[in-house]
Structures are given as C-alpha cells and as structure tokens.
Design a protein around this ligand. Structure first.
Ligand code: NAP
Length: 321
C-alpha cells in the first residue's frame, strides 16, 4: 500500500491510522539506493514529497539550513551554492533525496555529509513521536548511522545543515585538481569543484536513467592496518587508503572486484558495470533476485581470492545478503 506525504506534520496522524497499525512501514525516497529482492512488499510504502529549504539562522560565517526530506540532493547542492554556502560541493550529483543523506552518511571525494549535519528531524514509525536528533545522537560512521543500524525505526522528515560561507575547498582526492586543470585551469571555488565532481561522475559512473543501478554496490572494506599492509605486500598494486582512525586502513572494493575478473561480466541482464566495477547494473529486465545472486557471486569470489568480506551498501528489501 503506498502513502504519499506532502506535509511532514501530517505524518504522526497518518501513522496512527488503524489501517497502518501492525503493517511494516518503509520509506522510499528516490529509490536510488535500494534493491528489491522480492516482488511483493506486504506493508506500507511511504513517500515524502515535502521539498522546501530555508535558512534558519546566519551569523555571516555559517548558516543553519533546514531542508525537507523530499528535496532532491543534487538540487540542494546547487541551492546551497546559490545562497553563498559551501561544503557540499564534493557531494554533487549523488542520486537521492536529502532525507536519505544522513542514513548512510553519504560521502564522496573525501567529504561526508555527517560533518555538516547539525540535526536530523524524525518521526518514530511505531510511536509516531517526533524527535530532533543532534549530530552526536546520529552515530555517524563510514557510510553508517543509527538510522542505518536501526532500519525503519525512524522516518527522517528534515535535516539541518550548518554550512560555512568561506574556507578552502577539499581537493584531497586525486583527480579533482586534474579535472579543474582540464576545465581550463579553473580556480577551486566551491562552484567549480561541484562542476568538476559532476564531470568526473558523469564520465566514470553509469547513468541510472540509462541502466538502472544503485551506485556503489559494496562499501570499501576497512581492515586492521597490519592486515591491509600484509595484503598489499601479497597483491601487487593493491591500493590502500587511510581510514577514519590510525588503527585501520581502507581497501578499494572496485579494485578487488576488478582483479577478481568481474568488471563487465553479465549474466542475462544483471551485470557488473564495464564502466565501474563497483556498480551493478540492470541492462534491461534483470530481477532483484538476479542482481542479488550476482552480488553474492562477486562477494564470494573476492572472499576466496583475497580473504576480504564485501558488505553491500544499498538497502536490500526482502532478503539478507
Ligand atoms: P577512486 O578514485 O577510483 O578510488 C577508489 C576508492 O578509494 C574510493 O571509493 C575511495 O573511498 C578510496 N579513495 C580514493 N582516494 C582516497 C583518499 N585520498 N583517501 C581515502 N580514500 C580514498 O574512486 P571512485 O570509485 O571514482 O569514487 C570517487 C568518490 O565518489 C569516492 O569518494 C566514492 O566513495 C564516491 N562514490 C560514491 C558512490 C556511492 O554510491 N556512494 C558511488 C560512486 C562514487 P571512499 O569511497 O571512502 O571515498
């Protein structure tokens, strides 16, 4: 059963409706990070179509922005730039809605949204109680948060972002400076960085509008530092990156999958993108279970070759990985 919500303040009374009691609830945003492994969902699918943004306060150095969950993420990046705010430029062109951003703490090119989130407004899906979780209560980690660890417990209705009006942009990831140079030697303003990120993403990643996909299908594995170094000495050319703490290192899931020979592999219409090994694509009429089977085969082969477990990044509905 679908339910569309245009005003988040109406959510508690919707959840209290007798027809919805005891039904599993699921919020579907843009559907850009979810794999349905079942063709039947016996519950209520909620879509939040509230999509406004406003500056709540501004001290000239930082502004606090409140954004409804249904606001398109990439449009929000432009909205903040249009209002002279920065910080989100490295996260340009990530598909999905603002309400999904805190769930997996979206990140790209060395920036995670959790760094800018001041608070997340939620409605408890069981009790219908509303709450405002400050960042400390969101438990942000690498592509992780309390919202992801306790799926469906809370419905995100809005986010608050605290964004700076000035400061250096983040060019730490290889490729960004080169892209700006290739764009005619552009200075790294927030707007130019957003344009560079969009150009790289359009070039490197398959377009979900052309071949259905959920972006990166696996998280980059984070291992104890000694184990990562040991693997790097056994497998020539293996990239190893710093993780969020000194005791761990991060591997490139795309590299592992490619080395295991999966890039461009297809089984019917379920395929590992030839453009980017981390993305599983639907070339036409692949079913969710077919894509899930492919994902499991990829993960099993990486486990066998490298002894490293891959964890899926998108939400899988109707099955466990
Ligand atoms: P890449 O440059 O080929 O690098 C492969 C992986 O290495 C990336 O996933 C990235 O991890 C990590 N990495 C690269 N440089 C790093 C550095 N200086 N410090 C720490 N880690 C580093 O990556 P890519 O596949 O083209 O992706 C580029 C960026 O877009 C990445 O940040 C990636 O996460 C992001 N992206 C996200 C999605 C998604 O669906 N969430 C889809 C595509 C790309 P991280 O992933 O931790 O950044």
């Amino acid at each position: 059963m679908p339910a569309t919500v245009h005003d988040a303040t109406a959510l508690p009374s919707l959840l209290a409706e007798p027809a919805l009691r005891n039904l599993p609830l699921m919020v579907l945003g843009a559907g850009s990070n979810v794999l349905f492994a079942t063709d039947r969902f016996e519950g209520c699918l909620i879509q939040l179509q509230c999509a406004s943004a406003r500056i709540v306060s501004d001290d000239g150095e930082h502004a606090l922005v409140r954004v409804d969950a249904g606001f398109d993420w990439d449009a929000l990046v432009d909205w903040t730039l249009d209002h002279g705010l920065q910080g989100l430029e490295n996260l340009a062109l990530i598909p999905g809605q603002a309400g999904a951003a805190p769930i997996q703490n979206i990140g790209a090119y060395g920036v995670e949204v959790g760094k800018f989130i001041a608070a997340v407004h939620v409605c408890d899906s069981h009790t219908a109680a509303v709450d405002r979780l400050t960042a400390a209560r969101c438990g942000f980690g690498y592509r992780d948060s309390v919202f992801k660890r306790e799926p469906d417990r809370r419905i995100v209705t809005a986010i608050e972002l605290r964004l700076p009006r000035s400061g250096a942009t983040n060019l730490a990831y290889a490729g960004l400076s080169e892209e700006l140079a290739a764009m005619g030697g552009l200075t790294p303003t927030p707007r130019n960085v957003a344009a560079a990120v969009r150009r790289i993403r359009r070039r490197k990643l398959p377009d979900p509008a052309v071949a259905g996909n959920a972006g990166s299908f696996f998280k980059n594995p984070v291992l104890a530092r000694a184990r990562a170094v040991e693997l790097q000495s056994r497998f020539k050319g293996m990239p190893v990156f710093p993780a969020s703490n000194d005791a761990e290192h991060k591997l490139s899931a795309a590299w592992l999958i490619e080395q295991a020979g999966w890039r461009g592999f297809s089984d019917g219409d379920a395929a590992v993108s030839a453009q980017h090994a981390l993305v599983l694509v639907n070339l036409g009429r692949a079913t969710g279970p077919q894509l899930l089977t492919l994902a499991r085969r990829v993960a099993a082969s990486v486990q066998e070759k490298f002894g490293v477990a891959l964890e899926p990044e998108p939400r899988i509905v109707g099955a466990t990985f």
